[in-house]
Design a protein around this ligand. Structure first.
Ligand code: C2G
Length: 129
């Protein structure tokens, strides 16, 4: 059982997120998604449109997501990897190199981002519909 983990806000869930999550799952058998809490988003300087509970529910509804846990700080990744016996840590390549210190604990994979879609421009497009 190869266990994969990834982290993010996943606000206004869109096909860029879905592509990332599907590819992350395809690298193993069990996908854990650490979803940024509203409090952590403040630390990240992000204001999500949807609150944590709703973003968590949407992620849990995806058949290729097996578990959603809260991401509460920058520092929890190493303990998450140990506590959940993670084999592969995955992020989009906008984070390329940023988490290489985790290579001492598990495989680290950066996947190409899906071009031309992000929560911010999705929100602005919806505003002008
Ligand atoms: N992503 C993607 N393609 C897009 C948009 C996002 O592949 N068009 C990926 C990002 O690279 C990230 C994941 O989807 O791996 C979640 O993106 P965000 O919700 O924007 O997450 P972020 O704010 O980058 O938070 O500790 C890590 C942080 O919590 C990551």
């Amino acid at each position: 059982m190869r266990r994969v983990i990834t982290y993010g806000t996943f606000d206004v869930l869109h096909y860029g997120h879905i592509n990332l999550l599907k590819r992350a799952k395809s690298l193993g058998d069990y996908l854990i998604v650490a979803c940024s809490t509203d409090e952590f988003n403040k630390i990240k300087g992000k204001k999500a449109l949807y609150p944590f509970e709703e973003r968590k529910k949407m992620l849990e509804s995806l058949r290729f997501v097996d578990l959603v846990i809260p991401e509460e700080n920058w520092e929890q990744k190493a303990s998450d990897i140990r506590n959940f016996f993670v084999d592969i840590f995955v992020m989009g390549d906008d984070w390329s190199g940023k988490f290489d210190e985790l290579k001492r604990l598990c495989e680290v994979v950066y996947l190409p981002r899906t071009p031309d879609v992000c929560s911010t421009n999705t929100k602005s497009k919806l505003t002008f519909l």
